[in-house]
Write a protein that binds this ligand. Structure first.
Ligand code: NAD
Ligand code: TYD
Length: 345
């Protein structure tokens, strides 16, 4: 079986490539990635020579390149991770989010129709459901929760989800969709909360918490997400959406304090800065469907996962030091230089 993985040089895609090569050694994994600022070939270094793996640099919006690849590889399954993924960047410049996340999805599905596949899987996010209020801990996102997006990022992901479901209903394309909560783990790009805080804390730099830091996210170790997708593409029902999350809700401020504690850094590094525009308050997944239908449960507890993640960043300084020495500097200056610190107290 040949599995085409898009966005495999990014955070979750690369972890999925490693997962598949380890657990399905007789499959061929073809990774297509544009290598945007978020894609890093050094992430895939350990598998580049593996005969069961091929890397192709291409944009999923490039119809000619994608069709050529389908002709060459004739993939059985396509798993689409490729996306612009950072909410803050989508607030600054929504256009590329619509292009890659929606039109790129269309190009991939058109190729799937033309060449034939057994499954197209769309990697989506819980952010398509919008947010939940902090004072209603009894509420969770189910697959029936209405789409109600807040940011250009989540809107582009929701647009893609609707298109995927339309290709199933209209053309009979065998699709599945997973909507996962926030992931953390190795190879997480340091613009996102957890790796940014680890790296800043290690350098004794301010830890920029948006607003009061009371927003809640439902954190899942990346390997648990990869296992869920592996199950869905093999055993999930065509045309279905599966929510993926591990009931691990935490406030941002508590995550940042925990990182300080684990690294032996003072909480005085925490700097409350101007809030994100349209900032979602709480995400919380109800994973009953994937548990009941596919037997999926998260395996890594947050206490273990965050320790493994911190240890990974300590042991892999070369990986992130290379990233933060480049374009990241000007990104950081632009995003955080202009963000006013909030008054203390
Ligand atoms: P990421 O930003 O780390 O990686 C995205 C990858 O896609 C990069 O390698 C990038 O080079 C590639 N890419 C971007 N545009 C492309 C294009 N036009 N053509 C080909 N490749 C392109 O993102 P991530 O955190 O690994 O997220 C992967 C997927 O999972 C995304 O679809 C995201 O919406 C979804 N998701 C992420 C999370 C999370 O917590 N990170 C949670 C739920 C769902
Ligand atoms: P992020 O990792 O960007 O994921 P998402 O916005 O997709 O949930 O952010 C997680 C939470 O952390 C979110 O509530 C915003 C907050 N945050 C900060 O407080 N400071 C930061 O520097 C970043 C990047 C995020």
């Amino acid at each position: 079986m040949t599995i085409l993985v898009t966005g495999g040089a990014g955070f979750i895609g690369s972890n999925f490539v490693f997962h598949m090569l380890e657990h399905h050694p007789s499959d061929k994994i073809v990774c297509v990635d544009k290598l945007t600022y978020a894609g890093n070939l050094s992430t895939l270094r350990s598998v580049m020579e593996n005969p069961a793996f091929r890397f192709v640099r291409a944009d999923i919006c490039d119809r000619t390149a994608i069709c050529r690849l389908f002709e060459e590889e004739k993939p059985d399954i396509v798993v689409n991770f490729a996306a612009e993924s950072h909410v803050d960047r989508s607030i600054e410049d929504p256009g590329i989010f619509l292009t890659t996340n929606i039109l790129g999805t269309q190009v991939l599905m058109d190729a799937c129709r033309k060449y034939g596949i057994t499954r197209y899987h769309q990697v989506s996010t819980d952010e398509v459901y919008g947010d939940l209020p902090l004072d209603r801990p009894d509420l969770f996102f189910t697959e029936e929760t209405p789409i109600h997006t807040s940011s250009p990022y989540s809107s582009s992901k929701a647009g893609a989800d609707l298109l995927v479901l339309a290709y199933h209903r209209t053309y009979g394309l065998p699709v599945t969709i997973s909507r996962c909560s926030n992931n953390y783990g190795p190879y997480h790009f340091p613009e996102k909360l957890i790796p940014l805080m680890i790296i800043n804390a290690l350098a004794d730099k301010p830890l920029p918490v948006y607003g009061e830091g009371l927003n809640v996210r439902d954190w899942l170790y990346v390997e648990d997400h990869c296992r869920a997708i592996d199950l869905i593409i093999h055993e999930g029902r065509v045309g279905e959406v599966y929510n993926v999350g591990g009931h691990n809700e935490m406030r941002n401020i508590d995550i940042v304090k925990l990182i300080c504690e684990k690294l032996g850094k003072p909480e005085s590094l925490i700097t409350h800065v101007a809030d994100r525009k349209g900032h979602d308050m709480r995400y919380a997944i109800d994973p009953t469907k994937i548990h009941n239908e596919l037997g999926w449960l998260p395996e890594t507890k947050f206490a273990d996962g965050i320790q493994k993640t911190i240890d990974w960043y300590l042991a892999n300084r070369d990986w992130w030091e290379e990233i933060i020495s480049g374009e990241y500097q000007s990104y950081y200056e632009k995003m955080y230089g202009e963000r006013d610190p909030l008054p203390v107290g």
